[in-house]
Design a protein around this ligand. Structure first.
Ligand code: ATP
Ligand code: MEV
Ligand code: MG
Length: 334
């Protein structure tokens, strides 16, 4: 038996980082996906084929007619830890410890770019392996297991990324609970800096600053939570789109300033944010953990001008759509 599952990327519209401290956040699944095939092997081992992952520490030696590869095994194992933990957790859940499982991954989601590649790979792996082992899990339960995987690998995670990847759509999330917001097409442009940031390291960096000076950082986190509540009010209001977008844009700009204040922006991210605003975006901010990765801009009237401005500033623009669907079982072959 072989099973193919897929799970989407996400953008965080408001509230990254503060959500780790129990404040609310708003996120949406987007139409880039990670695909995972799962099947049994008879070696009793976990085998992972990750075709899109570059392993650090690879040495290649060329001699007369041979090529030798050496890799840093520690780092390779670490890079694949989301997938490994996902498989181990499902095997445990199904009482199938020691069962040989091979997974093969292909992904459309840039890695370490703030678009939830870690959550998508964990959720798609849990989806495929649980189906293979005959476990009946709802997408919501799979999102919760995805949260466990992120906690095990990162040490800290709010759970918003695996939740939105598993259930899809547009959500408001707070302390493990989510609520779907009314579906709306968002006229946004995502701008990718081309560099990556590690969520585990960025979350740990914010934690260190918080512990050093809680009296300074706590009010910033509270303000981020207030931005989310205001944004939810605006999104669910019956105001005209023009007024709604103008208010959301202002809230995005404030949220970006606060993310910069806690140290998760980079020169390049802020350059893309300002380039988008100068080109007419009504709001622009980092999305995801930062430290590289992506920003997004709200541009109801001029998406293509904003995309061009992001390119000129050295970024890669992506025009994405919200994905209503989260985790999907694509194929089951007997
Ligand atoms: N296609 C993939 N195959 C295997 N592992 C992957 C894949 N995509 C992502 N990962 C794992 O996820 C890690 C990146 O996760 P990280 O949380 O740091 O960034 P992100 O999820 O892309 O962004 P964010 O968490 O800010 O949304 C990679 O180092 C790797 O361990
Ligand atoms: C930085 C963070 O808030 C979002 C990463 O997409 C981490 C988390 O919520 O687990
Ligand atoms: Mg992640």
């Amino acid at each position: 038996m072989r099973v193919l599952a897929s799970a989407p990327a996400k953008i965080i519209l408001f509230g990254e980082h503060s959500v780790v401290y129990g404040k609310p956040a708003i996120a949406a699944a987007i139409d880039l996906r990670t695909y995972v095939w799962a099947e049994f092997n008879d070696r009793g081992a976990i085998k992972i084929e990750a075709k899109d992952i570059r392993v650090p520490g690879l040495t290649v030696s060329f001699s007369e007619d041979e090529i030798y590869f050496e890799s840093d095994y520690g780092k390779a194992a670490e890079v694949l830890s989301y997938v490994r933990q996902a498989i181990e957790l499902v095997r445990e859940e199904a009482d199938a410890n020691g069962k040989g499982i091979t997974v093969s991954i292909t992904s459309q989601i840039p890695v370490g770019a703030g678009l939830g590649s870690s959550a998508a790979v964990a959720v798609a792996t849990i989806g495929a392996v649980s189906k293979l082992l005959g476990l009946e899990l709802s997408n919501e339960e799979i999102g919760k297991l995805g949260h466990k995987v992120e906690l095990l690998v990162q040490g800290a995670s709010s759970g918003i990324d695996p939740t939105v990847s598993a259930i899809g759509g547009f959500i408001h999330y707070e302390k493990g609970n989510f609520e779907h917001l009314p579906f709306m097409e968002l006229p946004i442009v995502v701008g990718y800096t081309g560099s990556s940031g590690s969520t585990k390291e960025l979350v740990a960096m914010v934690r260190r600053t918080y512990e050093e000076m809680p009296e300074v950082i706590e009010p910033v986190l509270i303000a981020m939570g207030k931005i989310v509540e205001k944004a939810r009010e605006v999104i669910t209001s019956d105001l005209d789109d023009e007024i709604r977008f103008a208010q959301l844009g202002r809230l995005m700009n404030i949220n970006h300033g606060l993310l910069d204040a806690i140290g998760v922006s980079t020169k390049k991210l802020s350059e893309l944010v300002y380039a988008a605003r100068v080109a007419g975006a009504i709001g622009a901010k980092i999305t995801g953990a930062g430290g590289g990765g992506c920003m997004y801009a709200l541009a109801p009237e001029n998406q293509s001008e904003v995309a061009t401005a992001i390119t000129i500033a050295g970024g890669t623009p992506m025009i994405t759509r919200i994905s209503r669907e989260g985790l999907r079982i694509e194929e089951v072959l007997s």
